[in-house]
Design a protein around this ligand. Sequence first.
Ligand code: NAD
Length: 265
Amino acid sequence: MIKVLVNGACGRMGSMVVKTVLSDEELELVGAVDIKGGADAGEIANAGKCGVIVAENLGEELDRSGAEVMIDFTRPDVVFRNVMTALEHKVSPVVGTTGLTDAQKEEIRQASEKQGVPVLIAPNFAIGAVLLMVLSAQAAKYMPEVEIIELHHDQKLDAPSGTAAQTAEMIAKVRAEHAQGHPDEKEKAGWEGARGADYQGMHVHSVRLPGYVASQEVIFGGLGQVLKLRHDTTSRESFMPGVVLAAKQVRSLKGLTVGLEHLLK
Ligand code: NAD
């Protein structure tokens, strides 16, 4: 049994992770943390009383629980501190929270290597979204004119989404940086932001609307043809198999791993 602590246990993702961990035969829920602490984690997750009360202090709960793995679904502004706290306690973080900067990831990589504690960061745990990223990087070799549209619920804090950022980074590894669109296109004549964010010449557009969970479309344009790759998350359940896989495998990794695709055989 792998001892798991869920951080952000009262949130949309965290509570579903609590329920999933409770129902998995190889995972044991030993701790739960959220700034809205005090209640039984299982009851919050609609999984019945489990005896793990949601605590408010991560460091103390890591000490008390004896957790081996911390699964984090909190907020972009607190996730870095959470990961560093877990590493200080020699607990392996599985990070679903998005919004970590490149500089923060580099600090995490160094801390992970120094402490000898592996870390997995996955901007998307849904297998379909992971395939979308991998296939997009393949397609971009042949069709390097590409734009990304990501669509999420309107409570999401960070933009672009972690998935869009990782897709753009994976494409950038195979696509020479170049500006797209008309060389004279000028936003100033129209509305600022109309062309979206610019990452190495690729434009990335973020839609925030009620009704969406998480979707992404990657559009490739070529001479006389357009290729669209699209993934839609219709339920947060899509993330759970990936979270479980990560919780079971993270301790066999080395240093920092970014992306669930590294665990898929
Ligand atoms: P949410 O707002 O429903 O839940 C966040 C929870 O974290 C809340 O219960 C909040 O009280 C708690 N929290 C805030 N600060 C905290 C702190 N300092 N310590 C402990 N708990 C704290 O958000 P959500 O929809 O569950 O999403 C959480 C994160 O997961 C977001 O960054 C989102 O983008 C990301 N996400 C990632 C994936 C993936 O596959 N990697 C999938 C969905 C969502």
